[in-house]
Design a protein around this ligand. Sequence first.
Ligand SMILES: Nc1ncnc2c1ncn2[C@@H]1O[C@H](COP(=O)(O)OP(=O)(O)OP(=O)(O)O)[C@@H](O)[C@H]1O
Length: 237
Amino acid sequence: MTDVQTPIKDQLMTVLACQGLSKSFTQGPETVDVLSGVDLVVAKGELLSIVGQSGSGKTTLLQLLGGLDVPTAGTVSVMGENINRLSEAKRSLLRNQALGFVYQFHHLLPEFSALENAAMPLLIRGVRKRDALDKAADLLNQVGLSQRVKHRPSALSGGERQRVAIARALVGEPGCVLMDEPTGNLDAENAAAVQELLLRLNADCQTSFVIVTHDMEMASRFGQVYRIAHGQLARES
Ligand SMILES: Nc1ncnc2c1ncn2[C@@H]1O[C@H](COP(=O)(O)OP(=O)(O)OP(=O)(O)O)[C@@H](O)[C@H]1O
């Protein structure tokens, strides 16, 4: 289903969009309005970073954009499909094919190796195991983990686990990758290598990136900077 309010040209170019997105959390007698009517359009090949104070709603927005949480109001569309109107099975398929994720908790599968974890989106998609593992090995190499492919998550450091999650997010060549503090746990050298990899993929494959970061230097390298404050998302001038 396509969004009838969006012109055809924009639909073709838009990989991810939200309109009037609101989210409130209720705990006991208190309701907190975290997001209040957020609009965002991510075009194919666009690099975009989101900054804001701790607790301002950055992670909440990424969760909603990735279809991992349900908005109180508003819509999220991925490749023109309103994800909250899809069945769970169709939403999972669309997420697998169109999006990559690096969230703060990396959700690596503990019983699988780094290589298998990184290959997981392709294995789920039904890609031949040998091809999936080869592609995953290439990405792990690019994030500096070629010596750790057989390790399980429990035998990896926090930064290494983060890099496995980055390889997993990129392995399926999604149209758009959502990243929550992707270099937060990394030393300067590895953070720089990851940034270069993301920028290269953006240039070579037209991958779009939405990156939440506290690092203003990284934000400024990642295209347009948006700031969340008081439930609103605004472009930094
Ligand atoms: N499941 C939940 N139930 C209740 N409140 C929640 C829930 N998830 C988030 N919140 C609240 O929503 C607000 C925004 O949280 P969020 O994690 O999106 O902030 P953030 O900008 O990502 O912060 P940080 O930079 O510290 O990671 C916070 O005040 C948080 O307490």
